[in-house]
Design a protein around this ligand. Structure first.
Ligand code: NAD
Ligand code: MLT
Length: 311
């Protein structure tokens, strides 16, 4: 029997294949403290996580039998991949299952930001009627700059085109053919930064993309720009964002992700120009089922020494 340890909440429907497998014992324990995780992982053949469990080098070291770590989602930045690889442990993710949900969430944030929907909701339920305070801007004919035109960036671009936005994108791997297919103009990072009314990031968090948007980038942006991060906390420098809002350079920001999660009473939340959600990009029934199915299949393949695809 293979012991599969699941340490973050996962769709039950999505894990049915694992739960029903005759050669698998599923152990689901969430909200474990570090010491508890070190004990639980010791005898596991596979570990499945979302973004909450931090699979650090000491967790990997404590795992005596671990063959695979599955990430029910895209980003593997909560897993020490080099430490896993050094021990011959395969790390797999579920790259496609939450693309649409995250693109839709980003688009919802874009409209909310343009029309002050969260702020005006808070105002009206306080009994106020302040129509002049919440005048917004249209998306029509505005330029949306996308940094990172991968799966989510491309889906977002299609939705923005439907709202008659001009979309410019920078991605080091973007070809003219793909840009044309998605309906965006291929640009340099600097062109995106300088020409956009809204800028949204959709890259992974790596050494290269950490603080991709920093004080220098904010200084080159249009006055009154609005920025969004529904990818990973840390791609936008939060301190620099705070300063850029205070000076009036940035008119608004929409954040789904934070450098530290949960962010607690973040200084950015004291600014009325900031709207936020608690890392909800992939939080739909559909996406959670998709990623759980995908990661469960991959883990079963690895445990059974069958071919797998998302390492
Ligand atoms: P993806 O791999 O399909 O696309 C990422 C793109 O970023 C690639 O095309 C890559 O070439 C590009 N890129 C890398 N470095 C770059 C750089 N320096 N400048 C510009 N582009 C760069 O990934 P995806 O599925 O589209 O996911 C994008 C991000 O969204 C990831 O960080 C992922 O973890 C995050 N995500 C967040 C949520 C959420 O709940 N908020 C949900 C799913 C994914
Ligand atoms: C991801 O990278 O897939 C996201 O952070 C979504 C998540 O894990 O909830």
């Amino acid at each position: 029997m293979f012991r599969v340890l699941i340490t973050d909440p996962l769709s039950r429907q999505g894990t049915e294949q694992l739960l029903n497998a005759p050669d698998v014992e599923v152990v689901q324990k969430t909200d474990l403290k570090k010491e508890e995780l070190l004990v639980e992982v010791a005898d596991a053949d596979a570990l499945i996580v979302r973004s909450q469990t931090q699979v650090t080098a000491d967790v990997i070291q404590a795992a005596r039998k671990l063959k695979a770590i599955g990430r029910a989602g895209v980003g593997v930045d909560n897993i020490d991949v080099p430490a896993a690889t050094a021990r011959g442990i395969v790390v797999v993710n579920a790259p496609d299952g939450n693309t649409i949900s995250t693109a839709e969430h980003t688009f919802a944030m874009l409209i909310s930001l343009a029309r002050n929907i969260p702020q005006s909701y808070q105002s009206i339920i306080r009994g106020e009627w302040k129509r002049k305070d919440y005048v917004g801007v249209e998306l029509n004919n505005k330029t949306l700059g996308i940094l990172g035109l991968g799966r989510i960036g491309a889906e977002l671009a299609k939705r923005a085109r439907a709202f008659h936005m001009n979309v410019v994108a920078f991605d080091p791997y973007l070809t003219e053919e793909r840009a044309e297919k998605v309906g965006v103009r291929k640009a340099t990072m600097d062109e995106v930064i300088r020409s956009s009314d809204f800028i949204t990031v959709h890259t992974p968090l790596t050494k290269e993309t950490r603080h991709l948007i920093d004080a220098g980038a904010f200084a080159r942006m249009k006055d009154g720009v609005r920025v969004l991060n529904c990818a990973r906390g840390g791609i936008i420098d939060e301190r620099a964002l705070y300063d850029a809002i205070q000076t009036g350079k940035v008119a608004g920001a929409a954040l789904d992700v934070f450098e530290t999660e949960p962010p607690g009473q973040h200084p950015l939340f004291s600014l009325p120009q900031v709207i936020a959600t608690p890392h909800l990009g992939a939080s739909t029934r559909e996406a959670q089922q998709n990623v759980a199915v995908d990661v469960s299949e991959e883990i079963l393949h690895i445990l059974r020494d069958e071919p797998f695809k998302n390492a």
